[in-house]
Design a protein. Structure first.
Length: 455
């Protein structure tokens, strides 16, 4: 048995590398509510001898805490009254990869279970796996690609923290969108990132500059849903770790300043059991009837599922007219003013969702898109006309304006309850309400600047 790409390993190959001393550390990683990789660094010999075929443990609060890792009351999963017991992290041995930016290190993604072996429904990887199973029941496989934008600063993470993230120096002093010269300024860092990701088994497509100062994007080839979201998480972690090693900092936050935010465009398509494209057909625009209904479902239902695409208070600051971030829940053919941009033709026909920012949890975002699309198919929805002009000025329904609005829509969504289950809806709505309450209690620089002397 051989791995499918350089940097990807079978369990047998990992065992050989461990026996030779070429790998001495295995990161066992799960994904938390915020989309971050959490877990343990295990001695590689211990992993091979004791964890392969079994589980490791981690505190249940990993799926019931906020960004600051605070223990939060109100989750059904765990509490002080229940003692904050363990969850089981079961390694998915199909996900083993080298981690080239750390010496002699590999990573394995884990599925989250209870200690008695039941899948944990609120685990992001499990949520997406359930939606992939819904596709499989119809004979389909989903393919996705995520395009993450990020800002690069010449300051270290430690310096940025001490300075309150103010007066940082961006890696570029002007708009370098598509600029070869501009990206050359950051090539020593981004070239290392690209090579490292290729060494971790990812297929790199391209690098380009973006509009905000110091903003860049590295694109990778699409893959199956869960596998691509695993890559997304490892890439995001790797960029931060490599940046730290180089003494600089990057941010994926959706809106760092008043200029363009960091997007995460999500491309999605379906294949049948024979590998043929499901979206291509003989209908108008080369669409199949399935694609028309799927796309109609995205337009009709993504608004109520936006919590899974824009999970933070800051996420909603991106949605500004004329910013290339969408405000209208409309679709168009290669129209970047719409929430849903249809691109490609024939086997490459796909939909690009432009709603998520760089802060998105990819498992939840892709799960939401699948759920909305399947709801459109199940209801045989008719596809509205494409937006051919400026969708910012259209009469189409709007993307929710705040996290508070998104929570209310999500909790009341029949599609969310049917696709994800009441437990998942309650868990993520509660997590988001905690985020809103924390923000409401904070005193911001904006308030101090306006009010310290002049009010």
């Amino acid at each position: 048995m051989t791995s499918s790409a350089p940097g990807r390993l079978t369990s047998e190959q990992l065992g050989d590398l461990v026996a030779r001393g070429d790998v001495d550390t295995v990161i066992l990683a799960m994904t938390d509510v915020q989309g971050r990789l959490q877990g343990k660094r295990l001695d590689a010999t211990y992993f091979v001898n004791d964890v392969v075929g079994g589980v490791a443990e981690g505190c249940a609060y990993l799926l019931a805490s906020d960004v600051d890792m605070r223990t939060i009351d109100g989750f059904a999963l765990t509490s002080w009254e229940r003692g904050y017991g363990d969850l089981a992290l079961r390694p998915d041995l199909s996900t083993i990869r080298r981690v080239p930016w750390h010496e002699r290190t590999a990573i394995v993604f884990a599925d989250v279970e209870t200690v008695d072996g039941r899948a944990v429904a609120v685990s992001p990887r499990q949520i997406l796996a359930e939606q992939a199973s819904r596709l499989a029941a119809r004979g389909w496989t989903g393919l996705t690609g995520t395009e993450l934008e990020f800002l690069v600063f010449r300051d270290s993470y430690e310096d940025a923290w001490r300075r309150g993230y103010r007066e940082l120096t961006p890696a570029n002093q002007y708009n370098v969108d598509y600029s070869i010269q501009g990206t050359s300024r950051v090539e020593p860092l981004l070239g290392r990132v690209r090579r490292a990701m290729r060494g971790a088994g990812m297929e790199v497509e391209s690098l380009k500059g973006e509009c905000n100062y110091g903003q860049h994007e590295i694109a990778f080839t699409y893959a199956a849903l869960v596998d691509k979201c695993d890559e997304h998480g490892l890439f995001k972690l790797g960029v931060k770790e490599i940046a730290a090693q180089e003494g600089v900092a990057v941010t994926f936050m959706a809106k760092f300043d008043e200029r363009e935010g960091n997007s995460c465009h999500v491309h999605l398509s379906l294949r049948d059991a024979a590998g043929h494209p499901v979206f291509a057909g003989e209908g108008r625009h080369g669409f199949s009837r399935v694609f028309e209904q799927f796309l109609a479902g995205l337009v009709a239902h993504t608004g109520e599922l936006t919590l899974f695409l824009a999970p933070n208070v800051n996420s909603y600051k991106r949605y500004v007219a004329g910013s290339f971030a969408p405000t209208a829940l409309a679709w168009g053919l290669d129209n970047r003013t719409c929430a849903f941009r249809v691109v490609g033709h024939g086997s490459s026909l796909r939909v690009e969702c432009r709603i998520p920012g760089g802060d998105v949890n990819p498992y939840l975002a892709v799960a939401a898109l699948v759920a909305a699309g399947l709801a459109g198919i199940d209801a045989s929805l008719d596809l509205p006309a494409p937006e051919t002009g400026n969708a910012y000025e259209s009469a189409a329904p709007r993307v929710p304006a705040t996290l508070r609005d998104a929570i209310d829509l999500f909790e009341g969504s029949l599609v969310a309850h049917e696709a994800f289950g009441d437990e998942v809806v309650a868990h993520y709505a509660h997590a988001a309400r905690v985020e809103v309450a924390t923000f409401d209690a904070a005193i911001t620089d904006w308030e101090r600047y306006r009010g310290f002397e002049r009010l």
